[in-house]
Design a protein around this ligand. Structure first.
Ligand SMILES: [Ca+2]
Length: 195
């Protein structure tokens, strides 16, 4: 008992754990719910797939790799024209009085039909909801195809319970509005080391 205690104290501080199951989508369609409809081809607004290249699922899409390794899987979404659609939603257990952080990566994958460049005319705009409340500023996905950008949402827990995390797309345009998300992470916020 004493030995166990000593080793626990001496053990180096572990990196905060990711409370999101399958946040890198390596396990496919697992660990989340969504208002979107699963479809191997994503020509229709409001559909999604978990795959390794948007072009394989939409002939007019930009060919790009995932954020994790460039060769893994990501959630590939054809943004819907309905309001308050949740792209991705999951429940996590939190402890009281701690500051958490929800982070994730997003990139556009649609082409500009006018000039053929990999530029989304109306990129996705995400509002994150934690415990049912809009949290943090709206995150605008980079319009350029395959340019992964990170969103970071800090959140403080006021009690020990399980909370719902939800990514909602506030862009309801049928034009463009095509994006992928990857490497979703929720955990205790890491303190910055001095210096
Ligand atoms: Ca991935």
């Amino acid at each position: 008992m004493l030995c166990l205690l000593a080793s626990a104290i001496l053990a180096p501080q572990a990196a905060p754990k990711n409370l999101v199951y399958n946040g890198d989508f390596s396990l496919g369609v697992k660990g989340f719910t969504t208002h979107y409809s699963f479809s191997e081809d994503i020509y229709k607004e409001g559909t999604y797939v978990v795959g390794d290249d948007p072009k394989k699922h939409h002939g007019g899409g930009f060919s790009m790799g995932d954020h994790t390794s460039g060769k893994g899987r990501m959630m590939i979404v054809n943004g819907g024209s309905f309001a308050n659609d949740s792209i991705w939603e999951a429940r996590v257990k939190v402890a009281a009085g701690l500051t958490y952080e929800f982070t994730g990566w997003a990139a556009s994958w649609s082409m500009n039909p006018h000039d053929g460049t990999a530029t989304d005319l109306t990129p996705g705009r995400f509002q994150i909801y934690i415990d049912g409340k809009p949290t943090g500023a709206v995150y605008k996905v980079d319009a350029k195809g395959g340019h992964w950008g990170k969103f970071t949402i800090p959140w403080k827990s006021d009690g020990a319970r399980s909370v719902d995390i939800k990514i909602v797309n506030t862009n309801t345009s049928e034009l463009g509005n095509d994006f992928a998300i990857d490497d979703l992470w929720f955990g205790i916020k890491q303190e910055k080391k001095p210096g």
